[in-house]
Design a binder for this molecule. Sequence first.
Ligand code: HEM
Length: 383
Amino acid sequence: MNGTPPLAWDEGLECWVVADPRLARQVLNHPGFTSGTFERSFQLYMTEAARTEYRELTAFLRLWFVQADAPEHTALRRPVQRVMSASYVRSLAPRVEEITDACLDALAATAPHDVVPAVADGISGRVMAHVVGVAEPPEVLHRWARTLSLFIGAMYRRDYAETAHRTMVEMTEALSRATAPKAFPQETPEDRARTTATWAMNLFGGLETTSSLLASTVMDVLGEPAVWDAVREQRPGAAEAFVERVLQRRPPLRHLGRVVAYDQEVAGERMREGDLVLVSLTGEGLLEDGGAIEDGGAPAAACPVTGAAAGAGSSDGASEQHLVFGFGPHYCVGAPLARLEAAVLLRRFAARFPDARLADEAAVWGPNLSYVGLDHLYVDLGV
Ligand code: HEM
């Protein structure tokens, strides 16, 4: 923990920032903080004219159940959780291995060898296409995810609203043909809108976040010879244990939003109904501007979230349960799938390219301050 106070008002962003992990858990699991941040952000950051022009987009995002609270949230989440059960995720392992091998073929076939498009986007995109049952290739799915996350992160930008609106139209079209939504309510127009929103959210949830984890996993393992040896020797559990360390060291999501449900005093501060709250998942406050701007300098480029260099073992020891997948009722439904994808990638990558190394100037970080990930990761495959 740095010198950041546990709870502070950020003048620039006009919202509360919760930096302390214990307070973060309380906020994420307390009815005094609601999840409807999109609605509040539409009011705060979009002009009335933009809200009118993009009302279909705002209506679509409002239906994502990550924005709902109990009891509505509980009822909407349950069927998705059933689909994403532990046994279902285990059953996906052979398909994930097949997809991973195909993406490693693609990595070998392109030069320079950039892990992000070929492998990180490739695997996360193809796995999510399989889970949801859409035919679109990873590039299209990731374009959708990026345009939506840009809009979610800066709703005052009309250009982002425009591209997010186009994405919504394309996603809705694709999801009307998809297989997974067919088992969800379709009787009325409201049912269909809700089902589309639910699967759009699930698809979105499994793309940028997971791609970030996959790329960070490859970058970090190539910086840690002892772990790389253990993974190359296929030691049981080595891949899974390393993925946990990467998750803690380089959380793909930096913070979650919440809205204060009623006036209350927390940690000595007076919070007012309707205030926005950013809950840090990293145990730190907000980044300084520019901290996450691309850094093509060194192979071991510092992570914009934690400042950790590639290979720096900041979380080796036992640590309390991390917040990377959230906490409480909205805990990530895709966590087992993301972990599976990363562990499979580590094993297959080590088996296929045992002499791989990071290239010079390997890491280029993306500019998005909410979803932190690499834009490029160049490797020398040693073959
Ligand atoms: C490393 C990869 C991932 C990370 C870091 C991550 C992170 C998170 C976090 C922090 C939340 C909590 C949101 C909140 O409380 O407001 C969340 C929720 C969610 N995630 Fe993930 N996620 C990842 C992968 C996935 C995957 C693969 C899927 C889909 C298969 C997915 C689908 C979802 C969904 C649907 C929710 C909403 C849950 C709810 O509101 O009840 N995520 N994720």
